[in-house]
Ligand binder design. Sequence first.
Ligand code: GLY
Length: 385
Amino acid sequence: SCSNAPQEEPLAKVIDRGLKASTEQALLMAKELEQQDGRLPKSIKDGKLETSDCYWWCSGFFPGELWYLYENNPTPELKKYAGLFTERLEKVQHVTDNHDVGFMLYCSYGNGYRLTQNPAYKDVLVTGAGSLSTRFNPMIKAIRSWDFTNNGKWQYPVIIDNMMNLELLTWASKTTGDNRFHDIAVTHANTTMENHFRDDYSCYHVVSYDTITGKPHIKMTHQGYADESAWARGQAWAVYGYTACFRETNDSIFLNFAKDIADMIMDRVKTDDAIPYWDYDAPVTKETPRDVSAASVTASAMIELSTMVPDGQKYLDYAEKILKSLSSDAYLAKVGDNQGFILMHSVGSLPNGSEIDTPLNYADYYYLEALKRFMDLKGINYKDI
Ligand code: GLY
């Protein structure tokens, strides 16, 4: 051809580059933390690796990454580290003071159980589902996300992120035969669908319910730009959450809702590389940070969504675009850099001045999940690339 346009890199090469870099980075991280009792990677602070104990909401993502890497490439070393870091979370099964038990346990023990059928892992997950269920209020018809009340502003805060904790519950129902977990998850999803969303399918971050009437009394943000804005990660949690709800229930109400959210995301994200700014409504200057974590979560969700609808190709194309961007030098760290994290440029909580333009382990986790889902869909095997 006489075109001067750069050749598109074949997708298998993109995946290969992403997975090789990810494996090397995760092993560097694992070796760095192996001797640090109970610690798990969190982010970078003041140029140094920042770690957490098992009670930080992100504790399950690094073990989950190791399981995905092991699934692609089942080496004894990856399995050893996946197990070692997973088991650092054992005490989380008893956590009842916040909703993040789903993130923490399902990403770590959940993937571990899926791949090993270790019965001890199953017990931890079932106990964890019971702990999470204690936060459900049948009058409000939702799980309470946080105990913290924002100086008395909130009576019963539920955040959109809470949608991500429901898979632990549906899994627990399938595994134990106790439908109560499933019913809690579906009820929470319905309540959130009713109260968290605006007419354009963007969502609020926090909805607080009045504990007397059971109705929302406040809708606002905590980590976004403004109460009425579309915080990028919140939109990503939403599309992922309702896609998973359809998988778990086969109820087309959830599928249609996931599509509406996905269409809103594709319409609202205006960046050339499909990696959103940290909030869709944040004023854009040269300094405005992207949020890679929102992009990773969105890519993983859209790959799954693409398999559920006849016009799914548009979602797959969008996810592919995100994955290509994330696997480029703009976002994928060089091996040995970035303190062992895979991707750069995420935002934890900008309004609270925390984790701004840093790596975050959930960006890495959902990136690997998305690569895995993409490979499965396309029949690409790691050994062959
Ligand atoms: N679940 C907390 C966050 O998305 O930052």
